[in-house]
Design a protein around this ligand. Structure first.
Ligand SMILES: [Zn+2]
Length: 111
């Protein structure tokens, strides 16, 4: 991978990490706001708890993605970066631009 492609990926990764971090912060804030109080009815409380569960799940998914992107950013200078874990071929730049933390090329993904 040339330096120009690398720089482009670094900028994509940095932006995505920031935006995911913002999303997580926002979701964490939401969870605090919708803390059910004693004054809400059973149905309402149930709905709140359910939406909290969904929010928690989303935070979990985003956190995993955040770690994976941070890991990719840290390892971008590694020789193995952008190399498929299965066939050892280079992962296409187009694929890396969409998901910079891919570890498997499109061909192997299809198998
Ligand atoms: Zn492959």
């Amino acid at each position: 991978m040339n330096q120009k492609s690398k720089d482009e990926l670094i900028s994509i990764l940095t932006k995505e990490i920031e935006s995911i971090q913002d999303n997580i912060d926002l979701l964490c804030l939401n969870i605090e706001i919708i803390e059910p109080s004693c004054s809400v009815g059973y149905d309402e409380r149930f709905e709140l708890l359910e939406s909290q569960a969904v929010t928690s799940k989303n935070i979990e998914i985003l956190t995993v993605r955040l770690h994976s992107l941070k890991h990719a950013l840290k390892n971008i200078d590694n020789k193995k970066f952008g190399i498929c874990n299965i066939c050892d071929e280079e992962i296409s730049f187009e694929r890396l631009k969409i998901s910079p933390d891919s570890k498997i090329c499109v061909e192997c993904l299809d198998d």
